[in-house]
Design a protein around this ligand. Structure first.
Ligand SMILES: Cc1cc2nc3c(=O)[nH]c(=O)nc-3n(C[C@H](O)[C@H](O)[C@H](O)COP(=O)(O)OP(=O)(O)OC[C@H]3O[C@@H](n4cnc5c(N)ncnc54)[C@H](O)[C@@H]3O)c2cc1C
Length: 173
């Protein structure tokens, strides 16, 4: 039987992890499907340095920033910029742990709209398990987020303007 989830986040890249942290703080039950930072771990050039600096972090609440991560290591931005891929992945691990983000280590194989009265998204995983998420959720702010499907604006509309702008700039790169 399909599992019903209030918010389904497909993919555990930077935006999936950021969304999960934000949803958790907002008290929204959710599920993240995907291997954490899979694209970055498997497809980025091994010795690359990032074009973005320490101020491009994941946290719309400005709490779990890269600067905060640096403090845990007694380092300053000048010590680590330009950021190496390995450093960035370290920040991602730290962010994930700090925000207790657990993911379902699978891929969504199919994503369809149901055609009953409540119109939901139905995600089918590789192993045939299904999850159902409402097209629009609590207070109308949350909907299923497929990272490449562009429903981001309905999710972030409740964020502070500064965070929203950063998110959009980050996304548009
Ligand atoms: C060479 C290069 C250098 C870059 N340098 C920078 C930089 O310095 N700074 C910067 O801010 N950005 C940089 N970017 C851009 C950066 O990659 C993106 O902005 C960022 O990864 C977008 O995050 P995302 O979570 O939307 O997507 P992704 O990082 O692509 O994450 C999406 C995740 O979803 C997973 N996924 C996809 N489909 C499914 C599915 N069906 N089921 C489950 N999981 C799925 C993928 O495996 C992936 O891990 C660079 C990009 C490239 C290619």
């Amino acid at each position: 039987m399909a599992k019903l989830v209030p918010l389904l986040i497909v993919g555990a890249g930077p935006f999936g992890l950021a969304m999960s942290a934000h949803a958790r703080r907002a008290g929204v039950e959710h599920v993240v499907v995907g291997k954490p930072m899979e694209f970055w771990k498997t497809h980025m050039p091994q010795h690359m340095v990032l074009r973005s600096a320490c101020d491009w972090h994941y946290d719309p609440s400005d709490e779990d920033t890269i600067e905060r991560y640096l403090q845990t290591k007694n380092l300053k931005p000048n010590d680590v910029e330009p950021l190496a891929l390995e450093f960035y992945l370290g920040y991602c691990d730290w962010f994930q742990q700090k925000n207790a983000i657990e993911t379902v280590l699978a891929r969504v194989h199919a994503l369809n709209l149901t055609h009953d009265a409540s119109t939901c998204f139905e995600a089918t995983l590789e192993d045939g398990k299904t999850m159902i998420a409402p097209k629009r959720g609590r207070r109308g702010r949350f909907s299923l987020l497929h990272e490449r499907a562009g429903t981001v604006s309905s999710v972030v509309s409740g964020w502070p303007v500064r965070s929203y702008l950063r998110f959009c700039r980050f996304r548009s790169r």
